[in-house]
Write a protein that binds this ligand. Structure first.
Ligand code: NAP
Length: 283
């Protein structure tokens, strides 16, 4: 049976480090603070906000909530971002996306000061990920995938990693981060021919597609490490990843569960980036 790479174990280890760093910052008179900027009342945003707030309390990161109505004018949202950029007591900003349709997300997200961009949403942060320059922050979800690999001692160097999915939020940055760790990387997507054979070639599989249980037995082989980023709600309301966990468990070497895998680590990565930002802004 495959080893189950539990996110809770990784996030506990991260939380301990974040707590230590937040104590050290407080001793210097710096109270690490995350501003959560939410536009509207989307259920998934609210539930993520609750999760981050609870975790932040645990690790000693303060939260500042900025809530704007779903029909907010773009100038008002930009002014809110500019105020957070100028506020020295705020070290990181998490802005939920997608924004309502009337807002130009590309314009809005790039208003954020890159040093406070703890979720890697600005072009400046993303260019750092692609250029291999570690000045800004990478998006939290692919960072969580790397934290999981590192925590469980999986060295990507020389391994063949196949990333299924090429979104700018997960797939592409995950591929760049694996390349940065000296993996040989293939990026697969909806037009990839014979996807099962491509994935079967992998030592490390990162599935970030958004299709429940798409990566089934025929895609897999013994020895693989599988990181399942997908979060899909099934008809009965339960959650499933992009990988058929039951089938994979009897084939691969190790796999992250859904829920309880990547998602559980992402929140801690958010907060890790906040204390790093607070340190950078005060050194
Ligand atoms: P996305 O923007 O919809 O991108 C999905 C990617 O999957 C696209 O590149 C698409 O290819 C590819 N794809 C779609 N159908 C495919 C198929 N049949 N075969 C191969 N590739 C296919 O989604 P995303 O934002 O990257 O999110 C992916 C998944 O991760 C979702 O389930 C999401 O809920 C989850 N997620 C989890 C977390 C977390 O913290 N755990 C965070 C963010 C997202 P094309 O480019 O060719 O269309």
């Amino acid at each position: 049976m495959a080893t189950v790479l539990k996110g809770a174990e990784v996030s506990e280890a991260l939380n301990t480090k974040i707590m230590e760093e937040s104590e050290a910052l407080k001793a210097m008179g710096v109270n690490p603070t995350l501003a959560i900027l939410r536009v509207g009342e989307r259920g998934d945003d609210i539930s993520y906000e609750k999760g981050v707030t609870k975790r932040a309390e645990k690790v000693g990161v303060a939260i500042k909530n900025v809530l704007l109505p779903a029909d907010v004018a773009q100038e008002v949202l930009i002014k809110a971002i500019e105020d957070l950029n100028a506020d020295k007591s705020v070290h990181g900003v998490l802005m939920f996306r997608p924004l309502p349709d009337h807002l130009d997300e590309d314009v809005v997200r790039n208003m954020l000061e890159p040093s406070k961009d703890i979720d890697g949403i600005t072009d400046a942060s993303m260019s750092g990920v692609f250029a291999g320059i570690h000045t800004g922050f990478a998006p939290c979800t692919p960072s969580a995938c790397m934290e999981i690999l590192e925590h469980f001692g999986v060295d990507a160097k020389g391994k063949h990693a196949v990333v299924v999915g090429r979104s700018l939020v997960v797939g592409k940055p995950a591929a760049m981060m694996l390349l940065d760790r000296n993996a040989t990387v293939t990026i697969a997507h909806s037009r990839t021919a014979d996807l099962p054979s491509v994935v079967r070639e992998a030592d490390i599989v990162i599935a970030c597609v958004g299709r429940a249980k798409m990566v089934e037995a025929s895609y897999l082989k013994p020895g693989q490490i599988v990181i399942d980023v997908g979060i899909n709600v099934l008809e009965d309301g339960s959650l499933s990843g992009d990988v058929d966990f039951e089938a994979a468990s009897s084939i691969v070497e190790a796999i992250t569960p859904v829920p309880g895998g990547v998602g559980a680590v992402t929140t801690s990565v958010n907060l890790k980036h906040v204390v790093e930002a607070a340190r950078n802004q005060n050194s």
